[in-house]
Design a protein. Sequence first.
Lengths: 297, 385
Amino acid sequence: MSIILNKNSRVLVCGITGGHGSFHTEQCIAYGTNIVAGVTPGKGGTKHLGVPVFNTVSDAVKETSADTSMIFVPAPYAADSILECAYNGIKVIICITEGIPVMDMARVKKHLNNLKSQGKNIILVGPNCPGVITPGEAKCGIMPGYIHKKGSMGIVSRSGTLTYEAVWQITNEGIGESTVVGIGGDPVQGMNFVDTIKLFNEDNETKSILMIGEIGGSAEEDAAKFIKENVKKPVFAFIAGKTAPKGRRMGHAGAIVEGSAGTHESKVKALKEAGITVIENLSDTGKIVSSVLKSKV
Amino acid sequence: MKLVEYEGKDLFIKYSIPTAKRYGVVKIGEDISKLKIDEYPVVIKAQVLAGGRGKAGGVKIAKNESEAKEIIKNMLGMTLVTHQTGGKGIKVEEVLVEKANDIEREIYISVIMDRKISSPTIIASKEGGMSIEELAKDKPELIIKMPVDVESGLMDWQARELAYKLDITDKSLFCEFTAFAKNLVKVFINYDANLVEVNPLIITKEKKLIALDSKVIVDDNSLFRHKDIASLPDRESSELEKEAKKIEINYIGLDGSVGCMVNGAGLAMATLDTIKLAGGDAANFLDVGGGANVEQITNAFKIILKDPKVKAVLVNIFGGIMKCDNIAKGIVEAAKNVDIKVPVVVRLEGTNVKEGKEILKNSGLKFEQADSLWDGCKKAVALCK
């Protein structure tokens, strides 16, 4: 088992013909992802990278039974693309696009909540994220496939390259990953830490969990509470931004300490109190995870 | 994008939110002779992006023209240090001149994006004047939180409920307030704000409602659809930060001496933290982007080296989709384009890392190579001492 994505996922790419969409779709196909359709309005009926392109998500789902989507649509139109997927039968939406206005995402969340109350539970990952990979099965995103190795650690992160750094260390320790989920760096997003950790907790293949957070918001504190009450698997955490100046956005729209909220200190405190192993030095991630897991065997 | 008080109030005026009568804005090099002031006293307010201006001498009342002239002369050009400026000062380049009002009551009200529930939310308190942080600490029981539907805005019943909770019962004020609250939410939603704050909202002795101050932050990601906001001056960024922004490099100047070039925002943040653990301080945050091509690396070197505090540069790149040998070629070419006078430590990781390291070694340029992030940080910190 894995979470969110596996080799049977039938993936539709929104914005498949754009520069970014094109490049990464090719990489995903090379990794073994089952890409069944693309959507670019105005290009329906054509083929791109050997994949049939449709004008609308509705047509694509009807013809190909796609159940998962990966979005590369430019920021001004990306929220609309998420909603098009949500209203046309896609179950898992992975939005890579960076720079979507927060108000657009608030509207998206409202609609997803409405759909949920009608019994349609749609998973949204992102936006502004590297995507999801289940090593050895499929990848939907922009992460380099080769740094991953099929294994037992579930990893969830608000960042991109920072995750690759941690993944690489976990791979080199021989532990490997069950699924790696980039939930993205925006203040309003789809799945959060708690949603993802819940899935990892229920997944038999995931034996331990690594959470990579950063300053801003309170998602890490919420996760600490959830883990304390529900998770028996070993959990590790790294929080970036200890030295970030107050009130400045550190690259990610969501990485900002506002007043006394969202500090590194409060997150680390909450995590430690929940019995989570907090990694202080990123370079030690592999070593620490390895030694703690060995001591538990 | 952070707006100063009068820019925020310009948005308020467009949405019929009552503000104090404005006589004008005076910039450095100007005086008040251009203003037509028909009535004294007036309030003179420094237009800087920091709270706590009053206590720091950035808000003053003038009873007559000569007093006003004197105050404006002294305030323009002064360096304001408040509890929000982080020990440094901000130079006052503009002052706002408004009619002074007799205050009977002060109320706190703001609209924020509540990340937890992904929804705009009103935060209010019947006691205004102090910051929301102080309020949360001293009188948390007085803080009212009211989520607002992002598509419908503030509904009438919500506006009424808010008025009752804030003890606004006077009949004409009640109507003024409900209209005000609905309009404030409109400003927040229509301008894609991250924050719209009125502190204080006052009731005057004449029973009039006035937004006495404004704090507005507009979502940078939305500027493509707010040309009017995008054209306002960027007052938060330093000259170097503005220059970096123009060439699409995410750069934030810091106080240390280790210049940093990293791909990805999260890894960049973590690199700053690791430098600190290694006993040093970073001179900047810099995300060179996921692609890390020659042009971006060259530009990044140029920006980093413009900061005279930089004594060594640490390049930390995780070669993902782009392989390490290609990145190494980029670094070598960029280094040849830029005259680098400080030592450069390079830490590469990812595919083809061996080939990448060979390229750096054989380039004829003096790169100090590092085997891990920790090794790179230690080396860069040592070179700064």
